[in-house]
Design a protein around this ligand. Structure first.
Ligand code: PAF
Length: 308
């Protein structure tokens, strides 16, 4: 694996590589785990020449303490990348990425996405994410960009960034990787002590509870709501009211000591928050909660009901 620390070195290396395989890019903030490795595996399985970046981006941390405490494990990161068969590691300094200073120089019109869930709870966060991802994409110039569904809303924001800036790159979203007990893999898990690590699975359990409750309601008989006779219309689908289900999930987390930011179910395509769901269009259940000092997020896509 080649390691490039400057934009000039990376550009020189990439321009001299033989034409052929598409370039797959995996941006990271380090503290790598098997979730990152799964993005690399996906890129390599598709025959991509792979570039991975490790850069802890200061402009996306709305909480300076969170930035200071972000885990840094560059030696084991390099080992993981080498074992995963990454071709190039881009390991820039802050001044390499932000030569004119660490400030937001432009506003991205992210619309509704910036007002809800992570956008509402972490003001400015997605502006910083867009700033660094745009910069990295313009430096690396990949054909394909690999990101994890663990950051569901971030993937939607990046899709919007690509549209806004008309960047010639294909976004590939890869499934969440989980530990054996269900905890979603995350660099922040490194900050959990043994006791908190064990209890952290409650978030996944709450998501699973949501999935089960929603499918129970959708599977229940339609009751006495027949299709209008002679209308030719299909019977109305049962819709699961979601507030009691998300309230139960929130209460179960709070009872265990979590400080919950949100438990919501949203339209899987627009992220509009749903009050009920008829199981037709994809939906997603999303949770963000502090467990001790560490803020964890997770989500689970609720698969649409198959029509019979
Ligand atoms: O998901 C992350 O690790 C970061 O937000 C990203 C995309 C690398 C930008 O800093």
């Amino acid at each position: 694996m080649v390691i490039c620390k400057t934009v000039a070195d990376l550009r020189a290396y990439l321009s001299s590589r033989p034409r052929g395989p598409r370039l797959g890019f995996i941006p990271t903030m380090g503290a790598l785990h098997d979730g990152h490795a799964s993005l690399i595996r996906e890129a390599k399985a598709g025959g991509r020449f792979t570039v991975c970046s490790v850069f802890v981006n200061p402009t996306q941390f709305n909480d300076p303490a969170d930035f200071q405490k972000y885990p840094k494990t560059i030696e084991s990161d390099i080992l993981l990348l080498e074992q995963a068969g990454v071709d190039v590691l881009f390991l820039p300094s802050v001044s390499e990425i932000y030569p004119t200073g660490v400030v937001l120089t432009k506003h991205y019109d992210l619309g509704y996405l910036e007002t809800v869930l992570e956008g509402a709870y972490r003001p400015g966060h997605f502006q910083g994410v867009c700033q660094v991802v745009e910069r990295l994409l313009r430096i690396v110039q990949p054909d394909d960009l690999y990101m994890g569904q663990k950051d569901y809303q971030q993937c939607m924001v990046i899709r919007r960034l690509i549209e806004l800036e008309q960047l010639p790159v294909v976004l590939v979203v890869c499934p969440i990787r989980r530990e054996a007990d269900g905890l979603a893999m995350s660099s922040r898990n490194l900050r959990l002590d043994a006791v908190h690590r064990e209890g952290a699975t409650a978030i996944y359990e709450a998501l699973e509870m949501i999935r089960r409750r929603v499918s129970e309601v959708l599977a229940a008989p339609l009751g006495s709501a027949p299709a209008r006779r002679g209308s030719g219309a299909a019977p109305e689908a049962a819709a699961a009211p979601l507030a009691p289900i998300t309230a139960e999930a929130r209460a179960s987390l709070e009872a265990k000591g979590f400080r919950v930011d949100y438990v919501e179910i949203a339209d899987g395509t627009t992220l509009q928050l749903l009050e009920s769901w008829d199981g037709r269009a994809p939906a997603v259940a999303l949770i963000a909660a502090f467990w001790g000092e560490v803020r964890l997020i997770d989500n689970e896509v609720l698969a649409p009901k198959r029509s019979s």
